[in-house]
Design a protein around this ligand. Structure first.
Ligand code: ATP
Ligand code: RIB
Length: 297
Protein backbone atom coordinates (compact mmCIF):
# COMPACT_ATOMS: atom_id res chain seq x y z
CA UNK A 1 0.00 0.00 0.00
CA UNK A 2 1.27 3.50 -0.87
CA UNK A 3 2.63 5.31 2.20
CA UNK A 4 0.96 8.66 2.87
CA UNK A 5 3.51 11.52 2.73
CA UNK A 6 4.53 12.91 6.12
CA UNK A 7 4.12 16.68 5.96
CA UNK A 8 4.92 18.98 8.87
CA UNK A 9 3.81 22.60 8.90
CA UNK A 10 5.30 25.06 11.38
CA UNK A 11 3.19 28.18 11.17
CA UNK A 12 0.36 30.51 11.97
CA UNK A 13 -3.16 29.71 13.07
CA UNK A 14 -5.63 32.58 12.70
CA UNK A 15 -9.34 33.26 12.92
CA UNK A 16 -10.28 35.06 9.68
CA UNK A 17 -12.80 37.90 10.12
CA UNK A 18 -13.99 38.44 6.57
CA UNK A 19 -16.01 41.30 5.09
CA UNK A 20 -17.27 41.03 1.52
CA UNK A 21 -17.80 44.40 -0.13
CA UNK A 22 -17.87 45.97 -3.56
CA UNK A 23 -15.83 48.98 -2.46
CA UNK A 24 -12.88 49.30 -0.05
CA UNK A 25 -13.11 52.34 2.29
CA UNK A 26 -10.50 55.07 2.05
CA UNK A 27 -8.90 56.32 5.30
CA UNK A 28 -11.59 58.10 7.37
CA UNK A 29 -14.47 56.75 5.24
CA UNK A 30 -17.32 54.44 6.40
CA UNK A 31 -19.08 52.20 3.87
CA UNK A 32 -21.71 49.44 4.04
CA UNK A 33 -20.43 45.96 3.21
CA UNK A 34 -22.38 43.02 1.77
CA UNK A 35 -21.54 40.06 4.05
CA UNK A 36 -19.47 39.14 7.11
CA UNK A 37 -18.30 35.74 8.28
CA UNK A 38 -15.63 34.14 10.49
CA UNK A 39 -13.60 31.15 9.31
CA UNK A 40 -10.47 29.37 10.54
CA UNK A 41 -7.43 30.58 8.57
CA UNK A 42 -3.77 31.52 8.91
CA UNK A 43 -1.20 30.55 6.33
CA UNK A 44 0.18 27.70 8.44
CA UNK A 45 -3.21 26.17 9.22
CA UNK A 46 -4.42 26.69 5.65
CA UNK A 47 -1.41 24.91 4.17
CA UNK A 48 -1.86 22.08 6.67
CA UNK A 49 -5.53 21.67 5.70
CA UNK A 50 -4.69 21.80 1.98
CA UNK A 51 -2.14 18.98 2.38
CA UNK A 52 -4.43 16.92 4.65
CA UNK A 53 -7.37 17.11 2.20
CA UNK A 54 -5.00 15.84 -0.50
CA UNK A 55 -4.17 12.76 1.56
CA UNK A 56 -1.06 13.78 3.52
CA UNK A 57 -0.34 12.74 7.10
CA UNK A 58 -0.09 16.30 8.33
CA UNK A 59 1.23 17.57 11.66
CA UNK A 60 0.81 21.24 12.50
CA UNK A 61 3.19 22.92 14.96
CA UNK A 62 1.97 26.25 16.33
CA UNK A 63 0.10 28.08 19.09
CA UNK A 64 -3.46 29.28 19.70
CA UNK A 65 -4.90 31.31 22.55
CA UNK A 66 -6.67 29.65 25.43
CA UNK A 67 -9.89 31.28 24.19
CA UNK A 68 -13.01 30.41 22.21
CA UNK A 69 -11.38 31.10 18.81
CA UNK A 70 -8.53 28.77 19.75
CA UNK A 71 -10.87 25.98 20.86
CA UNK A 72 -13.08 26.27 17.75
CA UNK A 73 -10.07 26.26 15.44
CA UNK A 74 -8.50 23.18 17.06
CA UNK A 75 -11.76 21.25 16.74
CA UNK A 76 -12.09 22.33 13.10
CA UNK A 77 -8.49 21.33 12.26
CA UNK A 78 -9.02 17.89 13.79
CA UNK A 79 -12.16 17.46 11.69
CA UNK A 80 -10.04 18.25 8.63
CA UNK A 81 -7.64 15.43 9.50
CA UNK A 82 -4.78 17.63 10.73
CA UNK A 83 -2.82 16.29 13.73
CA UNK A 84 -2.91 19.17 16.24
CA UNK A 85 -1.20 17.41 19.13
CA UNK A 86 1.72 19.85 18.69
CA UNK A 87 -0.43 22.98 18.74
CA UNK A 88 -0.18 24.47 22.21
CA UNK A 89 -2.71 26.78 23.89
CA UNK A 90 -1.02 29.90 25.37
CA UNK A 91 -2.15 32.93 27.36
CA UNK A 92 -1.98 35.34 24.39
CA UNK A 93 -5.13 35.65 22.29
CA UNK A 94 -5.57 33.56 19.15
CA UNK A 95 -4.32 35.47 16.10
CA UNK A 96 -6.90 37.25 13.93
CA UNK A 97 -6.84 38.23 10.28
CA UNK A 98 -9.19 41.04 9.26
CA UNK A 99 -9.83 40.42 5.57
CA UNK A 100 -11.62 42.61 3.03
CA UNK A 101 -12.70 40.75 -0.10
CA UNK A 102 -13.54 43.11 -2.96
CA UNK A 103 -13.41 42.81 -6.75
CA UNK A 104 -12.04 39.24 -6.70
CA UNK A 105 -9.07 40.32 -4.59
CA UNK A 106 -8.32 40.70 -0.90
CA UNK A 107 -6.46 42.84 1.64
CA UNK A 108 -5.51 41.49 5.06
CA UNK A 109 -4.32 42.74 8.47
CA UNK A 110 -3.03 40.05 10.84
CA UNK A 111 -2.74 40.56 14.61
CA UNK A 112 -0.28 37.78 15.52
CA UNK A 113 -1.21 37.17 19.19
CA UNK A 114 -0.42 33.53 20.04
CA UNK A 115 1.55 33.05 16.79
CA UNK A 116 4.34 35.09 18.40
CA UNK A 117 4.85 32.21 20.85
CA UNK A 118 6.27 30.05 18.07
CA UNK A 119 9.82 30.98 19.08
CA UNK A 120 13.09 29.14 18.39
CA UNK A 121 12.83 27.45 21.81
CA UNK A 122 9.26 26.32 21.08
CA UNK A 123 10.28 24.90 17.70
CA UNK A 124 13.32 23.20 19.27
CA UNK A 125 10.92 21.41 21.63
CA UNK A 126 9.28 19.90 18.49
CA UNK A 127 12.60 18.75 16.95
CA UNK A 128 11.60 15.07 16.69
CA UNK A 129 8.42 15.84 14.77
CA UNK A 130 10.27 17.94 12.18
CA UNK A 131 13.08 15.38 11.89
CA UNK A 132 10.56 12.63 11.12
CA UNK A 133 8.94 14.42 8.13
CA UNK A 134 9.22 14.01 4.36
CA UNK A 135 8.62 17.73 3.80
CA UNK A 136 8.49 20.78 6.06
CA UNK A 137 6.38 23.79 5.02
CA UNK A 138 7.01 27.25 6.48
CA UNK A 139 5.61 30.77 6.07
CA UNK A 140 6.45 34.10 7.76
CA UNK A 141 3.47 34.72 10.07
CA UNK A 142 5.45 33.44 13.09
CA UNK A 143 8.70 34.93 14.47
CA UNK A 144 11.62 34.60 12.06
CA UNK A 145 13.69 32.87 14.77
CA UNK A 146 11.10 30.06 14.83
CA UNK A 147 11.35 29.73 11.04
CA UNK A 148 15.16 29.67 11.19
CA UNK A 149 15.19 27.00 13.91
CA UNK A 150 12.79 24.82 11.90
CA UNK A 151 15.02 25.15 8.81
CA UNK A 152 18.08 24.26 10.89
CA UNK A 153 16.43 21.09 12.27
CA UNK A 154 15.15 20.08 8.82
CA UNK A 155 18.59 20.50 7.25
CA UNK A 156 20.28 18.48 9.96
CA UNK A 157 17.83 15.64 9.25
CA UNK A 158 17.68 15.74 5.45
CA UNK A 159 14.06 16.99 5.39
CA UNK A 160 13.13 19.08 2.32
CA UNK A 161 11.86 22.61 3.08
CA UNK A 162 9.31 24.75 1.23
CA UNK A 163 9.32 28.38 2.38
CA UNK A 164 6.31 30.48 1.41
CA UNK A 165 7.74 33.95 2.21
CA UNK A 166 4.45 35.55 3.19
CA UNK A 167 3.96 38.15 4.47
CA UNK A 168 7.30 39.22 3.01
CA UNK A 169 10.05 40.64 5.20
CA UNK A 170 13.82 41.02 4.88
CA UNK A 171 15.33 37.56 5.01
CA UNK A 172 18.91 36.66 5.92
CA UNK A 173 20.56 35.20 2.79
CA UNK A 174 21.28 32.03 4.80
CA UNK A 175 17.53 31.34 4.97
CA UNK A 176 17.20 31.50 1.20
CA UNK A 177 20.30 29.34 0.78
CA UNK A 178 19.09 26.68 3.20
CA UNK A 179 15.55 26.11 1.90
CA UNK A 180 14.85 23.83 -1.06
CA UNK A 181 11.93 25.76 -2.57
CA UNK A 182 10.78 29.35 -2.07
CA UNK A 183 7.27 30.30 -3.24
CA UNK A 184 6.62 34.08 -3.27
CA UNK A 185 3.70 35.68 -5.09
CA UNK A 186 4.62 38.41 -7.59
CA UNK A 187 4.54 41.19 -5.01
CA UNK A 188 6.67 39.21 -2.54
CA UNK A 189 9.11 38.31 -5.31
CA UNK A 190 9.73 41.98 -6.18
CA UNK A 191 10.69 42.73 -2.57
CA UNK A 192 12.74 39.54 -2.26
CA UNK A 193 14.68 40.47 -5.40
CA UNK A 194 15.56 43.90 -4.01
CA UNK A 195 17.13 42.32 -0.92
CA UNK A 196 18.77 39.19 -2.29
CA UNK A 197 21.32 38.09 -4.82
CA UNK A 198 19.18 36.45 -7.54
CA UNK A 199 21.72 33.66 -8.02
CA UNK A 200 20.95 32.45 -4.48
CA UNK A 201 17.42 31.41 -5.39
CA UNK A 202 17.20 31.02 -9.18
CA UNK A 203 16.53 27.26 -9.42
CA UNK A 204 14.54 27.00 -6.17
CA UNK A 205 12.25 29.89 -7.03
CA UNK A 206 8.56 29.23 -7.73
CA UNK A 207 6.58 32.44 -8.31
CA UNK A 208 2.79 32.27 -8.05
CA UNK A 209 1.24 34.84 -10.36
CA UNK A 210 -2.47 34.77 -9.49
CA UNK A 211 -4.64 34.47 -12.60
CA UNK A 212 -1.49 34.21 -14.74
CA UNK A 213 -0.41 30.94 -13.09
CA UNK A 214 2.98 29.86 -11.80
CA UNK A 215 6.53 30.44 -13.03
CA UNK A 216 9.65 28.36 -12.41
CA UNK A 217 13.19 28.47 -13.73
CA UNK A 218 14.48 25.40 -15.57
CA UNK A 219 18.03 25.32 -16.98
CA UNK A 220 18.21 29.11 -16.65
CA UNK A 221 14.94 29.69 -18.56
CA UNK A 222 11.60 30.85 -17.14
CA UNK A 223 8.71 28.44 -17.70
CA UNK A 224 5.12 29.58 -17.16
CA UNK A 225 2.41 27.15 -16.13
CA UNK A 226 -0.79 29.02 -17.06
CA UNK A 227 -3.63 29.29 -14.54
CA UNK A 228 -6.90 27.48 -15.21
CA UNK A 229 -9.87 29.63 -16.21
CA UNK A 230 -12.21 29.48 -13.21
CA UNK A 231 -15.40 31.12 -12.00
CA UNK A 232 -13.52 32.83 -9.19
CA UNK A 233 -15.44 33.52 -5.98
CA UNK A 234 -12.58 34.23 -3.54
CA UNK A 235 -8.82 33.89 -4.04
CA UNK A 236 -8.01 34.03 -0.28
CA UNK A 237 -5.88 30.97 0.46
CA UNK A 238 -5.08 30.23 -3.21
CA UNK A 239 -1.37 30.58 -2.43
CA UNK A 240 -1.77 28.29 0.59
CA UNK A 241 -3.59 25.69 -1.53
CA UNK A 242 -0.76 25.84 -4.06
CA UNK A 243 1.84 25.26 -1.32
CA UNK A 244 -0.10 22.33 0.18
CA UNK A 245 -0.47 20.77 -3.28
CA UNK A 246 3.19 21.36 -4.12
CA UNK A 247 4.29 19.63 -0.90
CA UNK A 248 2.11 16.58 -1.56
CA UNK A 249 3.24 16.27 -5.18
CA UNK A 250 6.95 16.66 -4.35
CA UNK A 251 6.73 14.16 -1.53
CA UNK A 252 5.18 11.65 -3.96
CA UNK A 253 8.26 12.05 -6.17
CA UNK A 254 6.92 14.32 -8.96
CA UNK A 255 9.55 16.59 -10.53
CA UNK A 256 9.32 20.32 -9.89
CA UNK A 257 7.39 21.15 -13.08
CA UNK A 258 4.77 18.44 -12.58
CA UNK A 259 4.50 19.26 -8.88
CA UNK A 260 3.80 22.92 -9.79
CA UNK A 261 1.19 21.82 -12.33
CA UNK A 262 -0.51 19.83 -9.58
CA UNK A 263 -0.35 22.78 -7.17
CA UNK A 264 -1.77 25.01 -9.92
CA UNK A 265 -4.83 22.74 -10.22
CA UNK A 266 -5.29 22.56 -6.43
CA UNK A 267 -5.11 26.37 -6.17
CA UNK A 268 -7.51 26.88 -9.09
CA UNK A 269 -10.18 24.74 -7.41
CA UNK A 270 -9.70 26.58 -4.13
CA UNK A 271 -10.78 29.90 -5.72
CA UNK A 272 -14.31 28.66 -6.45
CA UNK A 273 -15.63 28.96 -2.87
CA UNK A 274 -15.72 31.69 -0.24
CA UNK A 275 -13.07 31.39 2.51
CA UNK A 276 -9.44 30.34 2.65
CA UNK A 277 -10.04 26.65 3.37
CA UNK A 278 -13.60 26.00 2.13
CA UNK A 279 -12.71 25.35 -1.51
CA UNK A 280 -9.59 23.29 -0.89
CA UNK A 281 -10.03 20.07 -2.89
CA UNK A 282 -9.45 16.39 -2.12
CA UNK A 283 -6.99 14.43 -4.28
CA UNK A 284 -9.94 12.76 -6.09
CA UNK A 285 -11.39 16.18 -6.94
CA UNK A 286 -8.03 17.37 -8.29
CA UNK A 287 -7.59 14.26 -10.41
CA UNK A 288 -11.05 14.45 -11.96
CA UNK A 289 -10.62 18.22 -12.54
CA UNK A 290 -7.36 17.62 -14.41
CA UNK A 291 -8.96 14.87 -16.51
CA UNK A 292 -12.00 17.03 -17.31
CA UNK A 293 -9.84 19.99 -18.26
CA UNK A 294 -7.90 17.73 -20.61
CA UNK A 295 -4.55 19.19 -19.65
CA UNK A 296 -2.06 19.24 -16.81
CA UNK A 297 -0.60 22.70 -17.48
P1 ATP B 1 -3.32 34.33 -1.22
O1 ATP B 1 -2.42 35.20 -0.40
O2 ATP B 1 -4.62 34.99 -1.58
O3 ATP B 1 -3.47 32.96 -0.68
P2 ATP B 1 -1.18 34.54 -3.12
O4 ATP B 1 -1.13 36.00 -3.42
O5 ATP B 1 -0.17 33.98 -2.21
O6 ATP B 1 -2.62 34.10 -2.65
P3 ATP B 1 -1.50 34.04 -5.93
O7 ATP B 1 -0.28 34.17 -6.74
O8 ATP B 1 -2.52 35.12 -6.02
O9 ATP B 1 -1.06 33.71 -4.44
O10 ATP B 1 -2.25 32.67 -6.31
C1 ATP B 1 -1.68 31.42 -6.06
C2 ATP B 1 -2.06 30.45 -7.15
O11 ATP B 1 -3.49 30.28 -7.14
C3 ATP B 1 -1.75 30.91 -8.58
O12 ATP B 1 -0.40 30.64 -8.92
C4 ATP B 1 -2.76 30.09 -9.36
O13 ATP B 1 -2.30 28.75 -9.48
C5 ATP B 1 -3.99 30.12 -8.44
N1 ATP B 1 -4.87 31.25 -8.74
C6 ATP B 1 -4.90 32.44 -8.09
N2 ATP B 1 -5.80 33.27 -8.66
C7 ATP B 1 -6.39 32.55 -9.67
C8 ATP B 1 -7.40 32.83 -10.64
N3 ATP B 1 -8.01 34.03 -10.68
N4 ATP B 1 -7.73 31.86 -11.52
C9 ATP B 1 -7.13 30.64 -11.48
N5 ATP B 1 -6.15 30.31 -10.61
C10 ATP B 1 -5.78 31.26 -9.70
O1 RIB C 1 -3.19 33.25 2.90
C1 RIB C 1 -4.46 33.54 3.41
C2 RIB C 1 -4.37 33.74 4.89
O2 RIB C 1 -3.61 34.89 5.16
C3 RIB C 1 -5.70 33.98 5.58
O3 RIB C 1 -6.34 32.79 6.00
C4 RIB C 1 -5.34 34.89 6.73
O4 RIB C 1 -5.43 34.27 7.99
C5 RIB C 1 -3.92 35.39 6.43
O5 RIB C 1 -3.02 34.87 7.28
Amino acid sequence: MEQKPKITVVGSINMDLVTITSQVPKTGETLFGDQFYMNPGGKGANQAVAAARLGGRVKLIGCVGNDSFGKDILQHLQEQGVDVSNVEPVTHMTATASIIVANQDNSIIVVPGANNNVTAAFVESKRDIIADSDILILQLEIPLEGVQKAIEIAKENGVKVILNPAPIQNLPSQVIQDVDYITPNEHEYLLLKEESNEETFAEKLIITKGSKGVSIVEEGKEIIIPAYKMNVVDTTGAGDSFNGGLAIALSKGLDLKDACKYGNAVAALSTTKLGAQTGMPTSEEVESFIVNQGRLD
